[in-house]
Design a protein around this ligand. Structure first.
Ligand SMILES: *Cc1c(COP(=O)(O)O)cnc(C)c1O
Length: 496
């Protein structure tokens, strides 16, 4: 290195200017931009106009297999690329933008999410450090504070806007580990308390956070799949007596399988007595707190230490936004902050705002606050409250109606998820063929699960596009499906 230091190198200016010319397409002029905007806008409009009669699930069947990516030296026309997108991506498999999506946990796709993303990408503001963009960072932090306020956290709490619930849970668990002093030599005696219904991203996060060898206690549940607090206390007593280090309690506010909300108030009491970090996974259910009548189900969440909550579920945003809320932001900072030499201008202790980059594993990130800020500001809260209330009622409506068709149901829904199955031919196979039949039909999409070894079909209502029409259609398809499957079974019996 040093040897070459003084050697002069001839750099041709002409060559630099030639390269500038060759790179010019990267900065399209106004007419080109307008043309592209128009084509994309038409594509988006058509997608939305068509959505009510497009399938919620489109079997791959005889369709063209997705082609292999080919990146060429010369660019291709946008029209051709959009056609590829339409046929190879947007007409296959699950359509999460459809109101007929009633499986897993439906996502959203509110239109202004896309506008926020578009503007964030065009302006490319850096929302990682207060120094780089005070306005962007303050916008993100204020959105987090709004959610903190919703769950009842005190002023001074914060958190982070992450890509989804999995990363949100990871940030909370990492913070809990450090705040409770679980260093390597303590891991094997560290104990985590949760139920078998906790989302699997929690176990994943434990492993990623270096807690893979910690002891996980699966606490028994009541008949509605909520943590049994008596059993929890007994286990804690036992673990304490035998010299273990209980440090983390994970409750769920809306489990994925059945939508169950753990008794958060009692869990908060227990966490206080045993000095546990109390984390609540409310990724799916949290925003039902916006519905006044549903708030009592969440009582106790305000005494937790951290909450994971997904705006890309309960606020109907497009995929790509989960949030973690943390009461003790200093603890979050201590786990995620790092001082690097090249960051010396940006990192000062006396900024008036926390910086997202100091509170998460991410440094450079999408300015994802804009995709949440825009819909909330444009629509106001009222339509969100109404939509969430509507989704919960639709689930209750289905719960009543599906029983009239002869189906057996799981626990009465607390939020907007429930389970059901056809008991007359109580075999798992029969119920699995119902799910398959519905998927092949494709107008609505349902998913299934195993609960304590038994097969159940699930209904999850959370798309802002799901209304009474889709729920009635689902009931109608189920009725038809059972009749057809019965007929088929009858035919094969008479043949034998
Ligand atoms: C969806 C979900 C998660 C995971 O969130 P992602 O955004 O998919 O990463 C975690 N917990 C619960 C309860 C969920 O419903």
């Amino acid at each position: 290195m040093l040897k070459n230091k003084n050697k002069t190198q001839k750099i041709s200016k002409t060559h630099i200017l030639q390269l500038e010319q060759a790179a010019r397409p990267l900065e399209p002029a106004a007419p080109q931009r307008q043309g592209w905007n128009q084509e994309v806008q038409q594509y988006a409009d058509r997608f939305i106009e068509d959505i009510s009669h497009l399938k919620a699930y489109d079997s791959f069947g005889e369709k063209q297999a997705p082609s292999r990516l080919e990146i060429t030296e010369q660019g291709k026309p946008l029209e051709q690329l959009l056609e590829e997108l339409r046929t190879l991506v947007d007409r296959q498999g699950l359509n999460p933008a459809s109101g007929g999506h009633l499986g897993y946990v439906p996502g959203g796709g509110l239109f202004p999410t896309a506008l926020g993303d578009y503007l964030a990408a065009i302006t490319n503001r850096y929302a990682g450090l207060f120094f780089a963009n005070p306005g962007a960072v303050r916008m993100e932090n204020d959105l987090i504070r709004w959610m903190c306020d919703m769950v009842g956290y005190p002023a001074g709490s914060l958190g982070n806007l992450a890509s989804g619930g999995s990363i949100a849970n990871l940030i909370a668990i990492t913070t809990a580990r450090d705040k409770k002093g679980i260093k390597a030599e303590k891991v094997k005696k560290a104990v985590v308390y949760l139920t078998g219904q906790v989302h699997h991203c929690v176990q994943k996060a434990l492993r990623i956070a270096g807690l893979g060898e910690a002891i996980i206690r699966y606490i028994p549940m009541d008949e509605r799949f909520r943590m049994d607090t008596q059993a929890l206390k007994k286990q804690l007593e036992k673990d304490q007596a035998s010299g273990m280090t209980p440090f983390l309690l994970v409750g769920s506010a809306g489990t994925t399988d059945t939508g169950a909300v753990d008794p958060l108030d009692e869990l908060a009491d227990i966490a206080a007595i045993y000095d546990l970090w109390f984390h609540v996974d409310a990724a799916y259910g949290g925003f039902f707190m916006l519905v006044e009548e549903m708030r009592p189900a969440f009582r106790g969440i305000e005494r937790s230490d951290s909450v994971a909550i997904d705006p890309h579920k309960g606020l109907f945003l497009s995929y790509g936004l989960g949030a973690v809320l943390i009461r003790d932001v200093k603890a979050q900072y201590d786990s995620h902050f790092y001082k690097a030499n090249y960051m010396q201008d940006a990192q000062q202790q006396d900024w008036e705002e926390w910086s997202p980059a100091d509170l998460s594993p991410e440094l450079t990130k999408h300015f994802r606050g804009l995709r949440m800020w825009l819909p909330l500001q444009l629509f106001g809260l009222a339509p969100f409250r109404a939509a969430l209330s509507e989704k919960a009622l639709l689930c209750h409506y289905f719960y009543e109606k599906v029983q009239e068709l002869g189906f057996e149901v799981g626990p009465r829904p607390e939020l907007s998820i429930m389970t059901f199955r056809y008991p007359a031919r109580a075999t798992d196979d029969f119920n699995a063929s119902i799910v398959e039949h519905v998927r092949k039909d494709g107008r609505v999409f349902l998913s299934s699960t195993q609960i304590e070894g038994e097969f159940w079909i699930r209904l999850a209502v959370l798309s802002f596009r799901t209304h009474l029409r889709e729920i009635d259609l689902c009931l109608q398809i189920l009725e038809q499906t059972v009749a057809e499957l019965d007929q088929k079974a009858e035919n094969s019996r008479t043949k034998q």
